[in-house]
Design a protein around this ligand. Structure first.
Ligand code: MG
Length: 357
């Protein structure tokens, strides 16, 4: 018995933070605008389309963005306001499905398989209702699975939508750039391109055994993704137990002092990610992870209720006492959360970020 294809929608708000600022300050609309830190090495969190035309991008240092676009207006983030809008958007989602999986303040998957109407019609209605509730525009991807829905939401952005039907998968996948898949970051992208693989079709000309040998589990995963296969369900209540950032360095770090600025950067990113969480959580502990050049690793963790820098610095120092003359190739900084009372589980935010190490 073959089951009817699922109807999965990925909704992604257009330049969410910048769009909220434009809505609230009409005098800024239509001109290059970014949200984020404006001093020194601080980075942009989001920028509007006018700013993107100058080459400005999120995660770009402010000084660089200002070189590209000297009249760029950079305004500080107002996470309270963004969270508030996000709540209103989630209220709209709930009218359409109980199966809503938020990925961040401005993105979510919805499983609307129970609707008689087509996925596209439902997506159009969701976008209309979001606009009525907030004055903001959203883009949508509609597909039989999460992988394709997420790729598709990018297709007709901003304020558009695109559907990849089950029947269209065999024609849609082969030309799709492999960098669009989950788990393909810069490094994997480079390794794939060395093999002449730049599209999903290219990968499928290699056999699975070879891809597995070269890329391990990730390779097998990619092999499925390249065929448009993804059976992961939309998970409404995934509770995040921890939040962390880590980075592998192209050159090993040789000592504690050398690793301090690297950890500081990760710590700053961690603070930003914590601020972005939809529902703030209470912190149980802080940890620092070190991976040595022989691939052994250690995690130093201490109970803490706030992620203070001094604490991370001392965890790092303790980590180095376990180095035994080895160099460090990866650092991580994170927090663990207290678990939440069951009643609010449905309200969880799950930040899922495919990271590559
Ligand atoms: Mg977005």
């Amino acid at each position: 018995m073959s089951e009817a294809p699922r109807k999965i929608i990925h909704i992604d708000m257009d330049c969410f933070y910048a769009a909220i600022e434009e809505r609230d300050h009409p005098e800024w609309a239509g001109k290059p605008l970014a949200v984020g830190g404006s001093s020194g090495r601080a980075v942009l969190t989001t920028c509007n389309y006018e700013a993107r035309r100058y080459g400005c991008r999120s995660a770009m240092p402010a000084f660089k963005a200002l070189q590209l676009c000297p009249h760029l207006r950079i305004v500080p983030t107002r996470f309270e306001a963004y969270r508030h809008e996000s709540q209103r958007i989630r209220e709209v989602f709930r009218r359409f499905s109980e199966l809503v999986e938020p990925l961040s303040l401005d993105e979510a998957y919805l499983d609307v398989s129970h609707w008689r109407s087509s996925g596209s019609a439902v997506a159009r209605e969701i976008r209309t209702q979001i606009h009525e509730a907030t004055g903001l525009t959203a883009s949508a991807g509609i597909a039989p699975n999460k992988l394709l829905a997420k790729i598709a939401s990018d297709w007709h952005k901003p304020n558009g939508q695109f559907e990849v039907t089950q029947e269209a998968i065999p024609t849609f996948m082969p030309t799709l750039p492999i960098g669009k898949l989950w788990g393909v970051g810069k490094k994997t992208g480079e390794r794939l391109s060395q093999l002449g693989i730049s599209t999903c079709g290219d990968l499928l000309t290699h056999d699975l055994t070879e891809i597995h040998r070269r890329f391990g589990k990730l390779g097998v995963e990619l092999y499925h993704q390249c065929q448009g296969i993804d059976s992961r369900p939309v998970q409404p209540s995934r509770e995040r137990k921890s939040l962390s950032n880590e980075r592998t360095f192209s050159q090993d770090l040789r000592c504690f002092e050398e690793s301090i600025p690297k950890l500081h950067r990760l710590w700053e990113e961690l603070l930003t990610d914590l601020k972005k969480m939809q529902a703030p959580r209470s912190i149980k502990s802080a940890f620092v992870k070190l991976k040595f050049h022989d691939f052994r690793h250690t995690t130093v963790e201490r109970q803490a209720s706030s992620p203070d820098w001094e604490l991370y610095e001392s965890l790092l120092e303790e980590g180095w006492t376990r180095a035994e003359a080895r160099h460090v190739r990866l650092l991580g900084a994170g927090v663990r959360f207290h678990s939440r009372p069951p009643a609010t589980h449905a309200e969880q935010l799950s930040l899922f970020e495919a990271q590559e190490y």
